[in-house]
Design a protein around this ligand. Structure first.
Ligand SMILES: Nc1ncnc2c1ncn2[C@@H]1O[C@H](COP(=O)(O)OP(=O)(O)O)[C@@H](O)[C@H]1O
Ligand SMILES: [Mg+2]
Length: 406
C-alpha cells in the first residue's frame, strides 16, 4: 500500500501529513483516528481546539467536530489562522451537526465564516467521504509546504546575493581608496625628497629620511591593496620563504610596537607556481590576525618546509605554519571562521581575511587547517597551510620536482 503519511516535496524536505482531530463527544475522536489510520493517514487526537491551534504549523489538516467550537474559540481560531506565515493556509475539515436548516444552524454558519479554508462534512458522513476529504486536504497542504520551501530557497539565494554584492562593494571601495591615495603619495614622496636636498640641518635630514621610510610603507600597502583587487599577478615560480620575508618586513614595525618576538624557520626549498601577490595576501591575513590576537605582546613563530600532503603522500609541496601566543579562537567560532563577514573585531574587522585566505589556498589546490586553544594560561593559535608545488593536474611533474629537491 502506498503510504501518504509523509510526502517528500521536490526540495527533499519532509512535510507533516498528520491529521489533528478534535472531537470531544464520546468515542468520536477514537473512531475517526482509527478510520484514518486504517487508510494509512497519520492521526493524533487532542482534547480541545486550543490544543489544535498550538499544532497548527506542524499539522497537515485539522479535523474538528463542530460541537468543540464555541463562539469565543471560533474568534480565537480565526485570529490564529490570520497570523499564519504567508505560505500557510491550513485546511480544516469541519464535521457539522446533523439536522435541518434552523436559525441556530444559520447562526453557527455565520460565526464560522472567518475561518477561511474550511470543508464542511455533515454527519453522519460515509467513511469514504471523510477519508477522501482528509486526503485532498493533505495534498493541498503538501503544496503549501512546497511553497514554503521555495520561499526559503529564494530567501537563501537573496542572502547569498546580498553577501556577494557586499563583497563586490567592499572590494571596489578598497581599490578606489588605494587608487586615490596613490597620487598624493607620489607627490608627498617627491616633496620629501626635495625638502631633504634643501635642508642643511642633519636632524632635519634624519627626520625626512624617517618620514620617507614610513611613506614607503604606505605606498606598499596601497600597492598591495590595488594588486589584490586587480587581476592578480601572473603565476610564476615563487619562493614562499621570500614572500613571507616581505610580509614580515611590512608588519615589522607593528610587531615590534606590540612587543611581539618573531621566530622564523624558513627553508627556502623549491618554488611553488603561484601569483606572488596572492600568496602575499594569504600570509598578510594570517600574520595580521596573529598580531591582532596579541595585544599585549607574545611570540609569532613562522615555519616553512618541503613536505608531502598528508592525505596524498604523492603530492609534494610546502608546509607553512603561522603560530601565535595570542588569545586563541573560541571553540564555537572555529567552524565558521572561514566564512565571509565572520569577525569578532566589531567595526575594525571585516571578517573577510580568512575567507580570502581559504579561497586562495583552494585555488592552488592546497589545504588549510588550524589548531587553537583559548585556555587562559596557554592560549594561542596555529594555522597550517599546505601548498602543492603545482596545482591539481600536474601531479607527476610535481613529484619529480620534489624528489629532486629532497
Ligand atoms: N590568530 C588568531 N587568533 C585569534 N583569533 C583569530 C585569529 N585568526 C582569526 N581569528 C578570529 O577570526 C575572525 C575572523 O578573521 P578574519 O577573517 O581575518 O576577519 P577580521 O579581519 O575581521 O578579523 C577574527 O575576527 C578573529 O576573531
Ligand atoms: Mg583578518
Amino acid at each position: 500500500m502506498n503510504s501518504i503519511n509523509q510526502v517528500t516535496v521536490q526540495t527533499g524536505t519532509k512535510v507533516s501529513q498528520t491529521a489533528v482531530v478534535v472531537a470531544p463527544l464520546g468515542r468520536d475522536a477514537e473512531l475517526i483516528c482509527a478510520l484514518l489510520q486504517r487508510s494509512s493517514i497519520e492521526c493524533v487526537s487532542v482534547p480541545t481546539v486550543s490544543d489544535a491551534m498550538q499544532r497548527l504549523i506542524s499539522a497537515g489538516v485539522l479535523v474538528i467536530a463542530e460541537e468543540a467550537l464555541t463562539p469565543r474559540l471560533i474568534l480565537e481560531l480565526a485570529e490564529v489562522l490570520r497570523n499564519q506565515p504567508p505560505w500557510s493556509d491550513i485546511p480544516i475539515v469541519l464535521l457539522t451537526l446533523p439536522g435541518e436548516v434552523t436559525k441556530e444552524s444559520q447562526r453557527r454558519r455565520s460565526l464560522r465564516e472567518p475561518l477561511g479554508n474550511v470543508l464542511l462534512l455533515e454527519r453522519p458522513s460515509r467513511p469514504e467521504t471523510l477519508i477522501s476529504s482528509v486526503r485532498s486536504a493533505l495534498r493541498a497542504r503538501a503544496r503549501q509546504y512546497q511553497i514554503r520551501d521555495q520561499m526559503e530557497q529564494y530567501q537563501h539565494a537573496e542572502e547569498a546575493l546580498r553577501k556577494s554584492e557586499k563583497l563586490a562593494v567592499a572590494g571596489r571601495l578598497a581599490a578606489s581608496i588605494a587608487h586615490e591615495i596613490n597620487n598624493p603619495l607620489e607627490s608627498v614622496t617627491n616633496l620629501l625628497y626635495l625638502m631633504q636636498s634643501c635642508a642643511s640641518d642633519p636632524q632635519m635630514i634624519a627626520y625626512g629620511r624617517l618620514a620617507e621610510q614610513e611613506l614607503a610603507r604606505v605606498t606598499e600597502i596601497a600597492k598591495q591593496t590595488l594588486q589584490f583587487y586587480r587581476e592578480p599577478s601572473p603565476h610564476a615560480p615563487t619562493h614562499v620563504a621570500d614572500v613571507l620575508e616581505s610580509v614580515l618586513q611590512l608588519y615589522g614595525p607593528r610587531l615590534a610596537g606590540r612587543h611581539v618576538t618573531v621566530e622564523k624557520e624558513l627553508q627556502r626549498g623549491a618554488p611553488v607556481t603561484a601569483s606572488a601577490g596572492e600568496l602575499r595576501q594569504l600570509f598578510a591575513n594570517l600574520i595580521g590576525n596573529a598580531l591582532d590576537a596579541m595585544r599585549n605582546g607574545g611570540r609569532l613563530r613562522i615555519r616553512t618546509r618541503p613536505a608531502r600532503e598528508q592525505a596524498h603522500p604523492r603530492r609534494y609541496g610546502v608546509r607553512i605554519s603561522v603560530a601565535d601566543t595570542g588569545t586563541g579562537i573560541p571553540q564555537h567560532l572555529r567552524k565558521r571562521i572561514f566564512e565571509p563577514f565572520v569577525t569578532t573585531k566589531g567595526d575594525t574587522g571585516t571578517g573577510l581575511g580568512l575567507w580570502v585566505t581559504s579561497e586562495i589556498v583552494e585555488k592552488y589546490s592546497g589545504r588549510i587547517f588550524l589548531r587553537s586553544s583559548a585556555h587562559p594560561q596557554r592560549s594561542g593559535t596555529v594555522f597550517h597551510v599546505f601548498l602543492p608545488y603545482r596545482s591539481a593536474g600536474n601531479g607527476d611533474a610535481v613529484s619529480e620536482t620534489m624528489k629532486a629537491a629532497s
